[in-house]
Write a protein that binds this ligand. Structure first.
Ligand SMILES: NC(=O)c1ccc[n+]([C@@H]2O[C@H](COP(=O)([O-])OP(=O)(O)OC[C@H]3O[C@@H](n4cnc5c(N)ncnc54)[C@H](OP(=O)(O)O)[C@@H]3O)[C@@H](O)[C@H]2O)c1
Length: 306
């Protein structure tokens, strides 16, 4: 098992951090990070892959500042659109498997139901366009790859909606939150666990390789809510533990919260293909949230003087 060498790009990102911990039992993990490895410099990517000689390359690094991408489209395209193609070329050259993460923001959000992997993307912001370019670059290179599309990522660390809400709840008596965008909040921990469950089926000695199963898979927690719904549940559930009063929560429309980047109204992704192909069943977003809040509460209680 230890002959498996796993290279992770994005060591301290939300997903990369969790992957580093969850994949440790599958092989020897090397995790690298910006600025040591800079995705805007393809040579630095090639050097990292060639030095690690991995059997699996995981790309959890990305330009994720959705609003800032509107004013830095070239940089966002270099990191999200071009770099994944370079990684795919290097992975193919070594005969390694590439796992890459993509986003609900490749869709325009106008579909009525949950998006399937076969639905035509039509991104409505720069970030979504650059991520779609990355997906296409990997597909054009070919080789052994999995593109895992996820949504609304949050966790106990990093920069995310949950931690922002917990901070704002302490600072303000009222919070206005968008209530007309729908999707599935997905914890970085669940993404990493599901990725580990997939990889355990592919890696030697137990695994059988992809065997024609390469392609795009949606990977989110189950169920759906709005940002307002997510905030209401997370704040109500954690107020007593963290010692704050739930602020007055006001649902608002997207048009009342103008941002540089447009967001899709519908971010729902069907995970049926993931379940049928790899037998991976994702938890409900509420269950995943409870686990993350437990982790945060545990950390907070350890910080208190005894
Ligand atoms: N966050 C979401 O809501 C969301 C939703 C759907 C899909 N996704 C996708 O899921 C994956 C993981 O997202 P995440 O939330 O874990 O992202 P994240 O926390 O923002 O982490 C991204 C990582 O990429 C690194 N990075 C930034 N610029 C770089 C560069 N030029 N070269 C190399 N690395 C660079 C960042 O380093 P620094 O911290 O030093 O900048 C960071 O460690 C990404 O592919 C993202 O597109 C995320």
């Amino acid at each position: 098992m230890q002959n498996n060498r796993i290279l992770i790009f994005g060591r301290i990102g939300q997903v990369g951090w969790e992957l580093r911990h969850k994949l440790a039992c599958l092989g020897q993990v090397t995790a690298v990070e910006y600025p040591g490895i800079d995705f805007s410099k393809p040579d630095s990517i090639r050097a990292a892959v060639r030095a690690a000689q991995p059997s699996i390359v995981i790309n959890a690094a990305a330009y994720t500042a959705v609003d800032r991408a509107e004013s830095e489209p070239e940089l966002a395209m270099a990191i999200n659109g071009t770099a994944p193609g370079v990684i795919a070329e290097e992975a193919k050259r070594l005969g390694s498997l590439l796992v890459h993460f993509s986003t609900d923001y490749v869709f325009d959000g106008t579909k009525l139901g949950a998006y399937l992997e076969t639905d035509a993307p039509n991104p409505i912001n720069v970030y979504g366009k650059t991520k779609l370019a990355g997906d296409k670059a990997i597909q054009a290179v070919g080789g052994e790859f999995l593109i895992l599309r996820t949504s609304w990522v949050y966790g106990a660390r990093g920069s995310n909606f949950l931690l922002t809400m917990l901070r704002l709840a302490r600072e303000r008596s009222e919070l206005q939150i968008v209530d007309d965008q729908f999707g599935a909040p997905t914890s970085s921990e669940c993404i990493a666990q599901a990725t580990a469950a997939i990889l355990a089926q592919l890696l030697p000695p137990a695994g059988v390789g992809l065997d024609g199963r390469n392609g795009i898979y949606n990977l989110t927690c189950t169920g759906e809510t709005s940002w307002f719904g997510f905030a209401r549940v997370l704040l109500t559930q954690s107020a007593a533990t963290f010692g704050f009063t739930v602020p007055n929560l006001v649902p608002i429309d997207t048009r009342d919260y103008p941002r540089p980047a447009k967001r899709p109204a519908n971010s729902r992704l069907s995970c049926q293909r993931l379940a049928e192909t790899f037998g991976v069943m994702m938890p409900s977003w509420q269950n995943a949230l409870s686990l993350v809040l437990e982790t945060l509460a545990e950390g907070a209680s350890r910080e208190k003087p005894r």
